[in-house]
Design a protein around this ligand. Structure first.
Ligand code: CTP
Length: 403
C-alpha cells in the first residue's frame, strides 16, 4: 500500500505539450490508491481533453470559474478544491504558470486554487531547454521553493523542439515515487524501526490440537498500520490471525508458538528503535507434545503445563536505547498491577486495558486504555476504535522520542 492511499491529490495541468502525459499521471496516482481531481488552465485543453482526465479520475474536471453546463452548480469553487486536496501537484508546470504562481497572479481557476490551497504543493516543470535555463524561470523555481513548494526537476533528453537538454516532464511513475518519498521523509516516525508482537500464540498439545486464546490481533495490526502511515518501518511478529496489513513498510513475520515469537522478537530487537509487545502470549504450554493424536481412551486427560518465556521481560533485561512498550490486561487492582509490570519488566510505557471496562479487551473493535509512563505520568483515554487507540499510543511514543 502506498503512503498516498486514501489521500486526495489535486492535479493542476498547464498548457505545454507534456500535458499529453497527464492522463498517465492520473492513472499512476489512482494506482497508488489516491483520490484524484483535476484542475486545468483553459489553454491546456488544447493538449489533453477534460473528458479523458475526467474519465480516468472519475471526477469532474474544471478549468473555468463558471460552469456554463450546469445552472444548478454555476460556480467552480477554487477554495473548496484547495481545501479538499491533501496534495496539490502542478504537472506539467509551464514557465508561464510558474511565473504567475510565483508572483501571485490569479487569472485562472488553477492559479486561484493554488493561492487557496493550504496543503503541500509540488510542481513538475516542463518546457524547452533554454526556457528552463532562463534567469526568469530559475527565479520562479527559487521563489516557489521559498514558499515551501517542492520542485520535481525536469529530466534531460529530446524535447518537442527536437533540441536535446533539460526540460522534459519527469515520468509519471517517477513523479509519484518522488512525492511518496518526500511525504515519507517528513513523517514523524520516518527513519524509525518498530518491532511489534500481535495476536495469540498456539501451544501444541498433539499434531492437531493446541492451547490458544481469543486474541484477534486487531490492536497490534492497527498499531502496525498507523505506525507505517507515520513513516516507521514495521516488523510485525504475528501469531495466527486473520488480520491483514498490506503496506510497503510492514514486514509480517508469522509465528505460531510463544517460543517462535520469542525467537523472532530477539532476532530483530537489537535493530529497532521502538518495540511494542501487544501479543496475547500463552503463559503456559504443554510440557510434552504428543507425537501422535491423543486418543480418548480414558475418561479424563491430564496435561502437565510449563511456563513459556516472558518475551517482554526478556527484552526489558537486554534493552539499550530502545523504547519498550508493554500491554497489561487486568481484571482487578488494575493500576497497581500495571505499574508493577512496568517496573518489573523494565518498560518505558505500559498500555493498560481493564476487562472491567465495557468495550475494552482483545476481541472487539474498540478499546479503552490508560497509558502509564515510567516517569509517573498517567493518561486515561475514552473508549475508541482500535485504529484511534493505535494513534493515541503512537502520539505518546512520538512525544517521548522527541522529548
Ligand atoms: N508478554 C510476553 N510474553 C509472555 C507473556 C506476556 O511478551 N510470555 C507480554 C504481553 O505481550 C504484554 C505483557 O507481557 O505486553 C503483559 O502480559 P500479561 O499477560 O498481562 O502479563 P503477565 O506478565 O503475563 O502477568 P499475568 O498474566 O500474571 O497478569
Amino acid at each position: 500500500m502506498s503512503i498516498l492511499s486514501g489521500k486526495n491529490v489535486l492535479m493542476g495541468i498547464s498548457a505545454g505539450i507534456a500535458a499529453y502525459k497527464a492522463p498517465f499521471l492520473v492513472r499512476a496516482f489512482i494506482k497508488a490508491g489516491a483520490n484524484v481531481k483535476v484542475v486545468m488552465t483553459p489553454a491546456s485543453k488544447d493538449f489533453v481533453t477534460p473528458l479523458t482526465l475526467s474519465t480516468l479520475s472519475k471526477n469532474p474536471v474544471h478549468s473555468t470559474f463558471y460552469n456554463d453546463e450546469d445552472e444548478n452548480d454555476l460556480w467552480n469553487n477554487h477554495v473548496e478544491l484547495g481545501l479538499w486536496a491533501n496534495y496539490f501537484v502542478v504537472a506539467p508546470a509551464t514557465a508561464n504558470t510558474l511565473s504567475k504562481m510565483a508572483s501571485g497572479t490569479c487569472d485562472n481557476l488553477l492559479l486561484a486554487t493554488y493561492l487557496s490551497a493550504k496543503c503541500p504543493v509540488y510542481f513538475a516543470p516542463a518546457m524547452d531547454l533554454d526556457m528552463y535555463k532562463h534567469p526568469s524561470t530559475i527565479n520562479s523555481f527559487e521563489t516557489l521553493k521559498t514558499y515551501g513548494n517542492v520542485m520535481i526537476p525536469a529530466t534531460s533528453g529530446e524535447l518537442a523542439s527536437g533540441l536535446i537538454g533539460q526540460g522534459r516532464l519527469a515520468e509519471p511513475e517517477d513523479i509519484v515515487r518522488f512525492i511518496e518519498a518526500d511525504i515519507l521523509k517528513h513523517l514523524p516516525l520516518y527513519g524509525k524501526k518498530l518491532l511489534l508482537t500481535a495476536g495469540p500464540t498456539y501451544e501444541a498439545i498433539d499434531p492437531v490440537r493446541f492451547i490458544g486464546n481469543h486474541s484477534s490481533g486487531k490492536m497490534g495490526f492497527e498499531i502496525a498500520k498507523a505506525a507505517a502511515n507515520l513513516g516507521a518501518e514495521v516488523i510485525l511478529v504475528s501469531g495466527p490471525t486473520h488480520q491483514k496489513a498490506p503496506h510497503s513498510l510492514i514486514n509480517i513475520i508469522p509465528v505460531t508458538s510463544a517460543q517462535q515469537m520469542y525467537e523472532a522478537a530477539h532476532k530483530y530487537f537489537n535493530s529497532v528503535n521502538i518495540a511494542i509487545l501487544s501479543a496475547a502470549v500463552a503463559d503456559f504450554r504443554p510440557k510434552d507434545i504428543a507425537s501422535q493424536k491423543i486418543k480418548k481412551k480414558d475418561s479424563t486427560l491430564t496435561l502437565e503445563l510449563e511456563k513459556t518465556k516472558d518475551i517482554l521481560a526478556s527484552l526489558g533485561q537486554i534493552k539499550s536505547n530502545q523504547l519498550l512498550v508493554g500491554f497489561a490486561l487486568e481484571t482487578n487492582n488494575e493500576l497497581e498491577n500495571a505499574k508493577g509490570k512496568l517496573k518489573k519488566k523494565n518498560l518505558d510505557l505500559i498500555v493498560l486495558n481493564s476487562l472491567q471496562d465495557k468495550g475494552a479487551g482483545f476481541k472487539g473493535d474498540t478499546n479503552k486504555i490508560t497509558i502509564i509512563d515510567k516517569d509517573g505520568a498517567i493518561v486515561n483515554y475514552e473508549l475508541k476504535s482500535k485504529s484511534e487507540v493505535a494513534k493515541d499510543i503512537l502520539n505518546v511514543i512520538i512525544k517521548k522520542l522527541n522529548a
